[in-house]
Write a protein of this length. Structure first.
Length: 261
């Protein structure tokens, strides 16, 4: 995959105001509606389905991408492409983190490593799950949206913490497995108030009530709706908290750090 809109490639040399203005442009170009070649019902991580001959109705290729960091301010990004749970390709890439961590500007810190890992794939995924926010972002342009729009590629953002927005109803200390609560835009988000920008999704929960697993925060990156994004994530977790594509990418990124040290 190559950038379709190279003018959106993250540039860490920009001033903060310029970065934020670029994010406004990215959000305007983003499509937060379904523009996919498959329905969420075709997404699976059931490895048994790999035994069937591939047809047009077979599961789509879903990629996951995640990052690890080196002590010299470089980001190692790993991309893992799967079809029905089978890893069909992996890549890694390294890039300098041009800026420190600043809430809301994560894509300018990690985006180039993510793009490099995805560009190194020989297979073109049908959709990529990114460790980070998509539309759940102050300017509706988190890492998943920035990457998705730059590549004009369907993406989903899956974050472990809520960056902004307001849950439609209070999130209890313990959500039931499979439960989802809409996250709506508020005065801190450029979308109209009340717009559903993502979901809190409980992918896994302990059987015992004595301990609790926190929910994921799922949001559309590009060319997918909020409701379809959470449906896809729900079909890729397979008993783990994280979706299988990003769970494997996280492990690969950690393993790959030694290659670049």
């Amino acid at each position: 995959m190559e950038p379709v809109y190279p003018e959106f490639v993250p540039d860490g040399s920009l001033a903060r105001g310029e970065m934020e203005a670029l994010q406004d442009d990215i959000a305007e170009a983003a499509v937060f509606e379904d523009d996919l070649d498959f329905g969420p019902d075709r997404v699976t991580i059931d490895r048994d389905s790999d035994q069937r001959p591939l047809t047009d109705a077979d599961p789509p290729v879903i990629a996951g991408v995640d990052q690890a960091f080196l002590e010299d301010d470089r980001a190692v990004s790993a991309a893992v492409a799967l079809r029905a749970g089978e890893v069909i390709e992996t890549t890694t890439a390294v890039a300098e983190t041009a800026i420190p961590y600043i809430p809301g500007l994560l894509s300018f810190r990690e985006g180039n490593a993510v793009l490099a890992a995805l560009q190194a794939l020989s297979v073109t995924p049908d959709l990529t799950v990114v460790d980070g926010s998509g539309r759940i972002h102050f300017r509706q342009a988190g890492l998943a949206t920035h990457v998705g729009v730059t590549l004009d590629h369907p993406t989903i953002g899956v974050a472990k913490n809520l960056l902004c927005g307001t849950p439609r109803e209070p999130i209890p200390e313990r959500l039931a497995e499979g439960e989802r609560i809409p996250i709506e835009a508020d005065e801190g988000v450029t979308a109209p108030d009340g717009t559903v920008i993502g979901y809190a999704y409980q992918s896994r929960q302990y059987d015992s009530g004595s301990t609790s697993i926190n929910p994921l925060y799922v949001s559309p990156g590009h060319r997918i709706s909020a409701s379809t994004a959470v449906d896809v994530v729900a079909r890729t977790c397979g008993g783990y908290k994280l979706p299988e594509p990003t769970r494997l990418a996280d492990s690969l990124a950690d393993e790959a750090k030694g290659t670049f040290e």
